[in-house]
Design a protein around this ligand. Structure first.
Ligand SMILES: Cc1ncc(COP(=O)(O)O)c(C=O)c1O
Length: 329
């Protein structure tokens, strides 16, 4: 039975990861971008979805009758929904009213079911309500499996074992890596593996004001994907050198700049790492440095939250194909 799932996994595998890295048009240093949005369902979380589902299948937690369930309104839910659909597994997404219309539409097509919670928890968020609901469903139903990206160590092991190797393959020497954070899985896994390979590399985590990953000042955020209203379970295991916390308006400006200056049409996290990299590399003022930013997803999902404010003239000037494919660099 499981052999069929394993066969299907091997067919999907070639569409996951192995994303392209481009050199950006930047004079101060050698600045590169790894475009994770070139993946199967369009984001960095596809590799996490594939890695964690495969691991659970191989470890015997998921069989052909298992329903996979996860609390996520974002890229992880879409990645899991896509992979489960291809594997013939049922996927239930537990979401809240903050979900974007775009993600909800994706899930209505890909997921077996989307359950939206409406009751706020004691922290005025929906997180605890979502977790409570999942625990109830797990207690009441036999063959359900919850990946739990916030606690599952395969989260950072995924980046340690997959994406880090792609970076090592692409760079003989790497001096800086800039990564936006949410669960902390990407920055933890990449920092651990890349420090083994490039002992002098500086790992810079980039967060948004109002997120409590590196601070305790809660503030309303309207850019999805990066930041969190809970501390990371992984970051303490990682090897981070610096954390840069950016205000929302600078991140939005970073997205516009990435589009105008580099023809990269990407989400908030990509704008954030672009701003952070330029700030730091300007200070360094060293043309020999090799720096890499990770672009987790495309700009499409951010039209309402970020790009509505973009100078329409910039968009008009771009040929259609550049908007669709994200980069011509
Ligand atoms: C838009 C976006 N930003 C940032 C990240 C990094 O998140 P994490 O810290 O959960 O690995 C992700 C997911 O990997 C993402 O989808």
């Amino acid at each position: 039975m499981i052999m069929k799932l394993i066969e299907k996994l091997s067919k999907i595998e070639k569409f996951i990861g192995n994303t392209k890295t481009y050199q950006l048009d930047y004079k101060r240093s050698n600045l590169f971008a790894k475009l994770e949005y070139g993946s199967f369902m369009g984001s960095i979380k596809d590799r996490l979805a594939f890695y964690t589902v495969r691991k659970a299948i191989l470890d015997g937690y998921i069989n052909e009758d298992t329903t996979v369930i996860e609390s996520s309104s974002g890229n992880f839910a879409v990645g899991l929904a896509g992979i489960c659909k291809c594997l013939g597994l049922k996927f239930v997404a537990v979401v809240d009213p903050n979900i974007t219309e775009e993600k909800e539409k994706h899930l209505s097509f890909l997921a077996h079911k989307t359950i939206k919670v409406h009751k706020r928890d004691q922290y005025d968020s929906y997180l605890l309500t979502r977790i409570k609901l999942i625990n109830t469903i797990l207690e009441e139903n036999g063959n359900y499996f919850n990946i739990n990206q916030y606690k599952n160590i395969n989260n950072y092991l995924c980046y340690y074992n997959t994406m880090a190797n792609e970076i090592i393959r692409d760079f003989k020497r790497l001096d800086y890596l800039f990564i936006a954070v949410s669960t902390g899985g990407t920055v933890t896994g990449l920092s651990l593996k890349l420090k083994e390979h490039y002992p002098n590399i500086k790992i810079v985590a980039v967060d948004i004001e109002g997120s409590i990953i590196f601070s305790n000042e809660v503030k309303k955020r309207s850019i999805s994907g990066m930041g969190a209203s809970r501390k990371s379970n992984f970051i303490e295991k990682g090897k981070l050198d610096e954390a840069i916390i950016l205000p929302q308006n600078e991140i939005m400006q970073g997205c516009f700049d990435l589009l105008k200056e580099q023809m990269v049409f990407a989400g908030g996290s990509s704008g954030a790492v672009y701003v952070a990299a330029k700030k730091l590399l300007e200070k360094e003022n060293n043309p020999d440095l090799n720096a890499l930013i990770i672009c987790p997803d495309r700009g499409h999902a951010y039209i309402d939250s970020i790009y509505k404010k973009v100078d329409n003239k910039v968009l008009e000037k771009l040929p259609k194909s550049q908007l669709e494919y994200g980069s011509l660099v």
